[in-house]
Design a protein around this ligand. Structure first.
Ligand SMILES: NC(=O)c1ccc[n+]([C@@H]2O[C@H](COP(=O)([O-])OP(=O)(O)OC[C@H]3O[C@@H](n4cnc5c(N)ncnc54)[C@H](O)[C@@H]3O)[C@@H](O)[C@H]2O)c1
Length: 253
């Protein structure tokens, strides 16, 4: 019960890495705010938490919209009185280089993956300060560390997120707020399955994603959730402004 009585907001908790994190946090004793754009996915995740004996609520949010985020923070404080942990996990992906990426795709990727984290932190941090501190874990990516081919908007959003994390870590360390990244490598989630299915030869595309990393396989959402738990809990209480890379060795090459 490493998160006993902690209140944790997890964005994008309806699927993939966010869902695995929400289930794990609830098992570790946290009261989980399942925050997602997709009400069906969010409610299913919450049902699973409750089935497993955990506690939580669902809040519908588009993290790119300031008013939605303000409401998410207000509802969390109304239900639970505080925010101890914020996991900024909601994220989207698109392929393309600068020429082929549409202006709309560029803006939406940056809005969700970067502005969304800025907004969630902007409105959650004052509540954390009120209660004496907190922990923020931002889900960046191996793509924020190296320039992966043909996904420029995504790469840029995650690289900027890593700097946002460092900046917030420096700014809010005096108020006992830790801010860290977890940088997953390609992980078996609906996001990745959809990207693979869009390829001409999905089987070949999947093998290529596996073979490009020393571990020769994709990650599992539960493996990323464990890293997020460590970063959020007191066991890594001295870590701030840092990145925990869980990528099957991809960026070690
Ligand atoms: N899966 C990977 O290989 C991988 C690798 C590195 C980093 N990541 C990052 O991990 C995070 C989770 O990825 P995933 O693969 O689990 O994704 P996913 O698509 O499987 O799940 C994402 C969830 O976020 C929700 N969401 C999307 N846009 C939202 C918005 N604007 N507001 C609120 N919720 C929203 C979706 O409804 C969905 O439930 C993302 O930030 C992603 O960039 C994933």
């Amino acid at each position: 019960m490493r998160l006993k009585d902690k209140v944790a907001i997890i964005t994008g908790a309806g699927a993939g890495i966010g869902q695995a994190t929400a289930l794990l946090f609830a098992k570790e004793g946290a009261k989980v705010v399942v925050a997602d754009l997709d009400p069906k996915a969010g409610k299913e995740a919450l049902d699973q938490i409750k089935k497993d004996g955990g506690q939580g609520v669902f809040v519908q949010v588009d993290v790119a919209k300031g008013n939605d985020v303000k409401k998410m923070v207000q509802e969390t404080v109304k239900h639970h009185g505080k925010i101890d942990i914020l996991v900024n996990n909601a994220g989207i992906y698109t392929k393309g280089d600068v020429v082929s990426t549409s202006e709309e795709d560029w803006d939406r990727i940056l809005d969700v993956n970067l502005r969304g984290v800025y907004l969630c932190c902007k409105y959650a941090i004052p509540e954390m300060i009120n209660k004496g501190g907190g922990a923020i874990v931002n889900i960046a990516s191996e793509a924020g560390l190296v320039g992966i081919k043909n996904q420029v908007a995504y790469n840029v959003s995650k690289a900027a997120l890593i700097m946002l994390t460092k900046s917030m870590a420096v700014d809010f360390a005096p108020q006992s707020i830790r801010v860290n990244n977890v940088c997953p490598g390609t992980t078996e989630t609906p996001l990745v399955r959809a990207a693979i299915q869009k390829e001409k030869d999905p089987k070949k595309a999947r093998r290529a994603l596996e073979e490009c990393r020393p571990a020769n396989r994709l990650g599992k959402p539960e493996e990323i959730a464990s890293a997020i738990l460590s970063m959020a809990s007191d066991e890594l209480g001295y870590a701030t402004g840092s990145s925990l890379v869980i990528d099957g060795g991809y960026t070690a090459q």
